[in-house]
Ligand binder design. Structure first.
Ligand code: SAH
Length: 371
């Protein structure tokens, strides 16, 4: 039996190879990419610039298969979260964060996460598997379509994509890079390289490789200014300690002096939020082109951590600012639907149990049909 190719798995290069092998002209790849990603077409018969015979042939060897939307939640602040069921019944989450002048889509790269960061609830879910290219780009496809057909008050469209959902994107390297290619491809979503950001806990060799193959923006989950503390918070630090991580960061955007790495720093009360930590942070970031994002900790059940008080966060920020480090505090969004940083879990079993506690402002809409 012939294997069915999910066209969502193919970036332009792979799509080109696919059509060439069928004996078709390479430009078919562009046409089909546009149908799927720009016009949202899932039906081969609707691809009217392909010949009838090619359409017939395609129908027997390809599919256009997306994750299934099983929950669509809207937070009081307009943040929106989709729970998506994959073919093997695993579930992942995708979050859309509307702001005055942009709309950020937070995309997952794995089912669960293999890293065990002590302040992240995804870690507690364990790890199931890597997402396919189709499952990653499918999140973008779905968000774009859902937002287009929307008449909610916060009806912005996607302007930025961050690989900051569930999972460690650099541990699913090939698929993530291919999906990001599609995000930036003019025949698919056409986002500029500055509007697609990969966030990593610091898988040093993969980070080095990423700098060679992709131009996307980079965020690093730093969270601590010394190895002792970072080993506790981000245990992958034991394998790739700060010295190695920061060495890669130092040269990461060498070719373009205007680009900066975003250093993410979760603010944990009494743990990493003291002036002494700020001092150490300033020291280790010296000479590295960065901006710092302070993230107020988002609590989840059974966590031992608390969010730093606002005055502490402000003090920490001001300290960094005085040292000339561009620092902002990330606004917490979507907390009431567990859509904030570190709150994504995406398991149906947990969902049914937990959903009773959710203060979902807009109704939970179970949507079946997206054309
Ligand atoms: N694995 C990647 C991608 C996840 S991004 C990474 O580590 O970067 C999610 C961001 O939210 C990371 O910076 C992560 O450290 C942060 N985060 C995780 N749990 C959090 C929590 N409970 N509160 C606030 N931020 C959290």
């Amino acid at each position: 039996m012939q294997t069915i190719t999910n066209l969502l798995d193919l970036n332009r290069e792979a799509m080109g190879v696919f059509f060439t092998e069928l004996g078709e002209k390479p430009y078919r790849a562009q046409q089909v990419m546009q149908w799927i990603h720009q016009r949202g077409v899932k039906d081969i018969d609707a691809m009217s610039n392909l010949s009838v015979s090619l359409r017939e042939r395609l129908k027997s060897i390809v599919s256009i298969e997306l994750p299934e939307v099983v929950l669509d939640q809207v937070s009081a602040d307009g943040t929106r979260k989709w729970l998506l069921r994959l073919k093997d019944n695993n579930c992942i989450e995708t979050v859309f964060i509307p702001e005055a002048n942009r709309g950020t889509l937070c995309v997952s790269s794995q089912v669960g996460c293999a890293l065990n960061c002590s302040f992240c609830s995804t870690a507690q879910q364990g790890f199931s598997r890597n997402l396919t290219v189709a499952e990653i780009i499918g999140q973008v496809w779905i968000a774009v379509r859902y937002l287009a057909g929307e008449s909610l008050r916060h009806d912005h469209s996607v302007s930025n994509i961050v690989m900051m959902g569930m999972g460690e994107p650099l541990l699913n390297f090939e698929n993530v890079v291919q999906a990001m290619d599609m995000m930036m491809d003019d025949f698919a979503y056409g986002f500029s390289k500055r509007r697609v950001t990969l966030s990593t806990s610091g898988i040093v060799p993969a980070l080095q490789k990423l700098s060679e193959v992709s131009e996307v923006a980079l965020a690093v989950s730093l969270h601590a200014p010394n190895d002792e503390l970072r080993n506790q918070l981000v245990p992958i630090n034991k394998k790739y300690p700060l010295k190695e991580l920061l060495a890669v960061c130092r040269d990461y955007f060498k070719g373009d002096s205007r680009r900066r790495i975003t250093m993410e720093y979760v603010m944990l009360d009494g743990i990493n939020d003291q002036v002494e930590h700020a001092r150490q942070l300033i020291k280790i970031l010296q000479g590295i082109p960065v901006k710092v994002n302070l993230i107020p900790f988002n609590p989840f059940p059974n966590t031992r951590y608390r969010r730093s008080p606002q005055v502490t966060i402000d003090k920490f920020r001001d300290y960094l600012l005085k040292a000339g480090i561009n620092t902002i505090t990330r606004k917490t969004r979507g907390e009431d639907i567990d859509a904030a940083c570190g709150q994504l879990v995406g398991r149906v079993q947990d969902r049914s149990h937990r959903s009773r506690q959710h203060k979902i402002i807009s109704a939970v809409v179970a949507l079946s049909a997206v054309s």
